[in-house]
Design a protein around this ligand. Sequence first.
Ligand SMILES: Cc1cc2nc3c(=O)[nH]c(=O)nc-3n(C[C@H](O)[C@H](O)[C@H](O)COP(=O)(O)O)c2cc1C
Length: 308
Amino acid sequence: MTVDTTVTLAGVALKNPLMTASGTSGHGLELAPFFDLSILGAFVTKGVSMAPRAGNPPPRLQETPAGLLNAIGLENPGVEAFCAAALPGLATLGIPVVVNCFGEDPERTVAAVEALSRETAVTALELNVSCPNVKAGGIAFGTDPAVLRPLVEACRRATAKPLWVKLSPNVTSIVAMADAALQGGADALTCVNTLLGCDIDVKRRRFLPSPGRGGLSGPATLPVALLKVAEVHRAFPQAPIIGVGGIRRGEDALKYLLAGATAVQIGTAILVEPTAPVRILNELVELCEALGITRPADVIGAAHPGQS
Ligand SMILES: Cc1cc2nc3c(=O)[nH]c(=O)nc-3n(C[C@H](O)[C@H](O)[C@H](O)COP(=O)(O)O)c2cc1C
């Protein structure tokens, strides 16, 4: 049996549903020595902002029993250096290049979106709204629908490229945030960013990572992120969703599709095993064969009653 792995995500054709997750695969071709990046459905960059950022002081990473806490602090070289140094290499891959971007306030967010939209090598933009809004006391844009909607509207006006909004799970209602992003003009929703958490160094009596808290990713987060995808799909069955959180096997990827995602992203698994996407893609195809699924695209949302 041959499996047709192609999916179309809000108008973007992908040869398979697997992508890198922002922040775990560099800004450019850092992973290229490990595997042929062109096997991916799409490459998603680490977040970029208008001005370069140094990020947080160490320790920025802390391992937990089933996940990773990170507080990188959105370190990046800035849009100009990214476009000059990293983007040309990504353009040679021949796959969609999705640039994750953010700003410290609405004006700087829109400026980054505008600048990146001028680049033909950029296929789509993924807006990270988990970034603290310095003009609102550091509260993340993506935790208040009344803040999120106008931000997405402004970004929508600033770009003709597909605009994906990456939602935060650290909210009471992800459906309210998804609604705000869609009302604002998002073409697709990435569900979800990391879950807030912390650890403690008992000898030094200090919170970890360095800012006192970080974003939890990895296997522990899969059931939480999977439910968020299911909730968003249930509320907005037509909205294209990219599922992300804890994927490390082909079966995990298929679960996200069944929950309603059209595509998935692989993050922490790549930090543990840089070639993980190759293995996960093979596993996904083998699992589809075993289950008689000729097109994974056909089973998107199939776990929901009435949709199989
Ligand atoms: C070290 C690290 C850096 C990250 N940087 C970003 C980032 O710049 N922008 C973003 O939207 N998400 C970022 N994320 C979140 C991931 O893209 C992803 O949403 C999260 O890690 C959950 O997926 P996973 O469990 O497969 O890692 C980062 C995650 C990690 C572990």
